[in-house]
Design a protein. Structure first.
Length: 302
């Protein structure tokens, strides 16, 4: 039986090996992100100067107000986390002297809660800030659950309306039509977005940024959507399970915790595959490997 040569590296390993010769300045104080980069093979990773909270909060407020359209480092897209990651890289470039051969990397991960705005008759997103205290974390968890429940109720209402409206159609055509019309509702209202941005010695004047997200649907919240008391108890349980971790998880709720995933009966509606591996827990905790690989590949191509 043929066995693969252990010395033959994948394209991803070759890509990382190419950039491992460069020092990395991580625009973050996150031990997790530093450890993950070192686990990939980067041996010279140092944290940048502390990034002021205002760099992130001000950028998030601006993007929320404008629905994420403008950007000072890219002219397309509305993914908040990518723009925030880029802002961190720009801050390092502006305020810190770095090795001319260094790669400057920044990451950002956040739950983007999509909710229906009756006044605008449209969906808008809300970028949620990372809690500083457990009490703030409890409030954030409650908010996520409440908004998600509202989205589930709206989804149920719309589906019922469409079923009545298209009752005369053949069942297969009716179901397909309803599925298409409620596609935006089918993904639920929780979307964990993760991004990476970087500046490379080959083109220091350009900051690249890539983002992706995983929409989540909680069957537990959907089933409890009409019961505020049950939703409060659910928030209490999640807060109890997370403890101090509630201030450490960028996504507000630690969706990597199997107990929490089981409790919420989470369904991931979009998975990214990279050599047969899903984005997994790194995505939720603040480092999306596929995005990093795309960033490194793009920078090498340039």
């Amino acid at each position: 039986m043929f066995e693969a040569d252990p010395h033959i590296r994948t394209k991803e390993q070759e890509l990382i090996a190419f950039w491992c010769n460069h020092p990395v300045v991580l625009a973050s104080q996150s031990d997790f992100r530093k450890q993950q980069l070192e686990a990939l093979g980067f041996t010279n990773v140092t944290a940048s100067m502390p990034i002021p909270e205002s760099v992130e909060t001000t950028r998030a407020e601006d993007l929320n107000a404008s629905q994420g359209i403008p950007s000072h480092y890219a002219t397309d897209g509305r993914d908040v986390v990518r723009h925030i990651a880029g802002s961190k890289v720009h801050h390092v470039l502006k305020h810190q002297k770095v090795d001319s051969e260094a790669i400057i990397l920044a990451f950002d991960t956040a739950p983007l809660i999509w909710k229906f705005d009756e006044e605008k008759d449209d969906y808008v997103f809300e970028h949620l800030e990372k809690p500083k205290e457990v009490a703030e974390g409890r409030a954030l968890i409650t908010h996520i659950i409440t908004v998600t429940a509202a989205g589930c109720l709206l989804r149920q209402k719309r589906i019922a309306e469409y079923q009545k409206e298209f009752a005369q159609l053949p069942p297969d055509i009716r179901d397909t039509t309803i599925t298409n019309l409620t596609a935006v509702l089918d993904i639920g209202t929780i979307s964990i977005a993760s991004a990476v941005a970087g500046s490379f010695p080959t083109n220091r004047n350009r900051v690249l940024g890539f983002a992706d997200d995983i929409p989540l649907f909680s069957h537990t919240i959907n089933e409890m959507a009409n019961d505020p008391q049950a939703l409060e108890q659910l928030a209490d349980k999640i807060t109890e399970l997370m403890g101090d971790r509630v201030t450490q998880i960028s996504g507000g709720i630690d969706y990597t915790d199997n107990y929490i995933r089981d409790l919420l009966h989470i369904e991931e509606l979009k998975l990214n595959f990279q050599e047969g591996t899903t984005v997994g827990s790194n995505h939720y905790l603040g480092l999306s490997l596929p995005n990093l690989l795309v960033l490194l590949a793009t920078a090498r191509a340039e």
